[in-house]
Design a protein. Structure first.
Length: 226
């Protein structure tokens, strides 16, 4: 089945992932709360992950999560190669390039693994809750799935990235702060999510329920096609 807006939704989803990895290099302080600048855009990927699962189903969302992972990995590899290429003699931006784009392998690994864990859990929880609630109370399903998915994402990232670097107290503080902020972002965006979901269901003539879906995250090929 051909969809009018699936490619657009996929593009926004992937863009949010790649951009968030780039701007994550900046650490910001808002009213004394320390966080990564990625907080500006990364939660949007969860909003669009919810939209994908709610409208098109888990199998389609799974396929796009893997596409996002592959594109993200490609962008990371390209930036790392760019960093090790010898700079021109007159170019003075090598240190700045490395500071912004030369992320350590450990942080890259943490980011990629956390992304997969969080997105798949988010999509799984949303798909199951849709069946349990018979398609009602979208707000409760998106917020609940985000609480679980973002929780796993943040915990996995913090453990892989900061174990042995930060103390346990600092790690717990970072995890709780990031989790609450990302979840609050999702809650505040609920009207936006409702508007897009309702529009897509109407124009795509799709409102998928995952009654007989195989939830294996590694089954990449969607039987319905892309």
């Amino acid at each position: 089945m051909k969809y009018r807006y699936l490619n657009l939704v996929t593009g926004v989803f992937v863009t949010c992932l790649i951009v968030s990895n780039i701007i994550a290099a900046k650490i910001v302080s808002v009213n004394g709360i320390i966080m990564s600048a990625a907080i500006v855009i990364f939660p949007i990927s969860y909003i669009f992950g919810d939209i994908l699962t709610e409208v098109y189903g888990y199998a389609k969302a799974r396929q796009i999560i893997w596409i996002g992972f592959a594109c993200n990995a490609l962008a990371v590899i390209a930036m790392q190669i760019g960093g090790v290429l010898p700079p021109a003699e007159f170019w003075t931006g090598q240190d700045a390039y490395q500071t912004i784009l030369g992320t350590t392998p450990r942080l890259l690994l943490a980011s990629l693994i956390a992304f997969l864990a969080g997105e798949f859990i988010n999509s799984f929880v949303l798909a199951k809750l849709k069946i349990v609630t018979r398609g009602r109370w979208l707000w409760s399903r998106t917020i609940s799935s985000t609480l679980v998915g973002q929780g796993f994402d943040t915990i996995v990232f913090t453990i892989i990235a900061f174990t042995g670097v930060l103390g346990s107290g600092e790690m717990v503080n970072i995890t709780i702060t990031e989790w609450l902020l990302k979840s609050a972002y999702e809650a505040l965006a609920t009207p936006f999510t409702y508007a897009i979901v309702n529009y897509l269901k109407r124009v795509e003539h799709e409102d998928y329920y995952d009654y007989d879906t195989d939830f294996n995250p590694f089954k990449i090929v969607d039987p319905k096609g892309f």
